[in-house]
Design a protein around this ligand. Structure first.
Ligand SMILES: Cc1ncc(COP(=O)(O)O)c(C=O)c1O
Length: 372
């Protein structure tokens, strides 16, 4: 059995050399703030920089909920096309930019650096707007000495996507003007004391451990745990955004104080390579990122499948949990044939778990059982 997410109750979080999140982040960025969710962090980061009626450009290959903070700020969300490599379609992006564009968002998909970033930065400079470096997926990814998420005027990361915590995100205020204009809302910071989110998360983790081997029980429990992230079954985009508008849970903070980012990264990289080794034998599957550059901490292994439904069924039969296609696109992207690449990728890309608690031997075992 390969679990889709790491458990709070497995003692592999910190190894012998606890470093803690602050020590890690402070190496790369001076100004940052905690939030319950990445979307809440996005809202607060932009609030002091934009006016209602302006627009923000985001890639079409993006979960539906990410536009919610922009809507709340009175911004129009404009989706730009992407290339099959996940790079922005620069001609399309430029065509959608105008005098009312407040910001352009780039995304480090699955913990890997955004391809085509230099060209996107040049456009942002030419049109004099803000650049948001969305690093929701790769909290511990360092590219050429720079922490992903800190390459724009502001950036975010969703810590809960790589760690067994009920919630947690960071807002990076990389640019001085952005930091000066930052006015935190009530969603910023860390909650005092243990609250209901913590209790629900702990309870579900315990049950998760007890019933870990039973897929059906696990799935119904997952559906009950409404507090954690973008579980597809739980609510619409607005509802999920509203739920994430809160400071980070105390339990998340306690875990983050002990976390060893280097250790987590090393284990995730090892598991990425184990999957890569197995999948290369299949000509119906293509790993999206062939190379795993030094410093990158993958969130998952994104794989393009010729027959995604069949591949998902195979994985389920091999007891690999937490696999799905990604993401759930916004309806305006789904309804518009202009976004054919994003739509195709959202149907074809299946994400495989690599989290730090998976034993690579379990990946090899699953690989041996995958139908060839
Ligand atoms: C690319 C991207 N950006 C932002 C977010 C929002 O993060 P959070 O769920 O922590 O609000 C997500 C969530 O899935 C995401 O995939």
């Amino acid at each position: 059995m390969i679990d889709g997410t790491p458990s709070l109750f497995v003692a592999s979080l910190s190894n012998q050399r606890p470093a803690g999140i602050e020590l890690f982040v402070e190496q790369f960025v001076r100004e940052f703030a905690y939030y319950g969710s990445g979307k809440a962090a996005l809202r607060d980061g932009l609030a002091g920089l934009v006016e209602p009626g302006e627009n923000v450009l985001v890639p079409a290959y993006l979960p539906d909920g990410v536009a919610e903070p922009f809507a709340e700020l009175g911004l129009e969300t404009r989706y730009y096309r992407i290339e099959p490599s996940l790079a922005p379609d620069l001609a399309d992006l430029e065509q959608r930019l105008d005098d009312e564009t407040a910001a352009v968002v780039s995304v480090n998909y699955f913990g890997f650096p955004q391809p085509g970033l230099a060209e996107l930065e040049a456009l942002v400079a030419e049109y004099d707007c803000y650049h948001v470096d969305d690093n929701a997926h790769g909290s511990f990814s360092v590219d050429d000495g720079t922490l992903l998420g800190t390459r724009g005027h502001l950036g975010i990361t969703s810590l809960w996507k790589v760690l067994p915590i009920p919630d947690g995100a960071l807002l990076y205020l990389t640019d001085e003007t952005v930091a000066d204009r930052y006015d935190p809302s009530s969603s910023a910071g860390v909650r005092n004391g243990i609250g209901t989110v913590d209790c629900r998360f702990v309870a579900s983790s315990i049950v998760d451990d007890l019933f870990g081997a039973n897929g059906a029980v696990r799935r119904s429990i997952d559906a009950l745990v409404a507090g954690r992230g973008d579980t597809p079954a739980v609510g619409g985009p607005r509802e999920r955004y509203e739920r994430g508008k809160r400071p980070m849970a105390k339990l998340s903070w306690d875990v983050l104080e002990d976390v060893d980012p280097d250790g987590v990264r090393a284990e995730r990289r090892r598991n990425y390579r184990a999957w890569q080794e197995i999948l290369q034998a299949r000509d119906d599957l293509q790993v999206v990122f062939d190379s795993l550059p030094t410093g990158i901490c993958p969130q998952v292994v994104p794989v393009r499948a010729d027959h995604p439904e069949g591949f998902l069924a195979e994985l389920e039969a091999c007891a690999v949990d937490g696999v799905h296609t990604w993401p759930r696109l916004s309806s305006s992207v789904l309804d518009d044939p202009d976004y054919d690449t994003a739509r195709r990728l959202s149907r074809e890309i299946v994400t495989l778990p690599v989290h730090q608690q998976i034993d690579p031997a379990a990946i090899v075992d699953a690989g041996n059982r995958l139908v060839r």
